[in-house]
Design a protein around this ligand. Structure first.
Ligand code: BTN
Length: 258
């Protein structure tokens, strides 16, 4: 069980995680924050669950996580200043926060896969799912759902990227409270940078992405595109260069090296 006092002592934020909801078991932390009945929760609310019965991954996939071993939580952002053009930068910032936390606390080197997978030695240690509710064309609430494989020893099933956990990579049992607080502390700092200094987010994200310059394929539903991963633009979108040197902006999709 997550020790809330330990977590609280390490949390240095002003907004993110100051309203903290702990759940022993829930369908999905993302679903909880998106639910209409929870519309009045304050900006920065974090819900953490020891177990999700319907944990969601990107592209309708399922996110499996063994009870009490890992971190599965969602962050609510409802402050309009982050909900305009910058949403994709929030997406990059969330994976960067996880990557930097893992580097700081465990001296592991991480690698980021667009848009938001965190890998250690080519294996997936964390996945992030952004979901939003909107009114007309305006996003009202953004939910950032983060799953980090922390102390899980064994993964069963078929995965598009092989999974790993911090414990597997370090051979040590990890204090989840400290890691959760570190991710939230860094995420709040990065949110601030999105408004004041977005180039830093892009620079730090790109420095951990080994795919730039590589020949890749991007798949979205049944549609697959091929080209060179040219760059990430100022809003966090992937720029794909085709054979005739045309640049296409990719908003979402699964990327793999060809
Ligand atoms: C992916 O890599 O496909 C994204 C996985 C996101 C999983 C997290 S766990 C907490 C939050 N609640 C969910 O139902 N999903 C996200």
């Amino acid at each position: 069980m997550l020790e809330l006092e330990k977590f609280d002592l390490k949390l240095n934020t002003d907004i993110i995680g100051r309203n903290f909801i702990y759940a022993e078991e829930i369908d999905s932390t993302n679903t909880y924050l998106l639910d209409k009945t929870n519309i009045n929760l304050p900006d920065g609310t974090v819900i953490f669950a020891e177990k999700q019965t319907k944990g969601k991954g990107r592209k309708e996939r399922v996110w499996y996580s063994v009870k009490d071993q890992n971190l599965t939580f969602s962050i609510l952002l409802s402050n309009k200043k982050y909900l305009g053009k910058t949403i994709n930068l929030v997406n990059l910032a969330s994976s960067l926060a996880v990557a930097q936390s893992i580097e700081n606390l465990f001296q592991l080197s991480t690698n980021l896969k667009w848009p938001n997978d965190v890998l250690v030695k080519g294996k997936k240690v964390s996945g992030i799912l952004l979901e939003a509710t909107s009114q007309g064309s305006k996003v009202e609430r953004l939910v950032i759902g983060i799953g980090i494989n922390v102390n899980q020893n064994l993964f069963q099933g078929i995965f598009n990227i092989p999974p790993t956990s911090i414990k597997i990579e370090t051979n040590e049992n990890v204090e989840r409270e400290r890691l959760l607080a570190e991710v939230l502390n860094i995420f709040e700092e990065l949110l601030d940078k999105i408004l004041t200094n977005p180039e830093v987010i892009l620079r730090d994200w790109k420095s951990r992405c080994r795919m730039i310059g590589e020949r890749i394929e991007v798949s979205e539903n049944d549609n697959t595109k091929y080209g060179i991963f040219d760059d990430i633009d100022e809003n966090g979108f992937l720029l794909l260069k085709s054979r005739d040197n045309k640049i296409e902006k990719i908003h979402f999709g699964d990327v793999s090296v060809q």
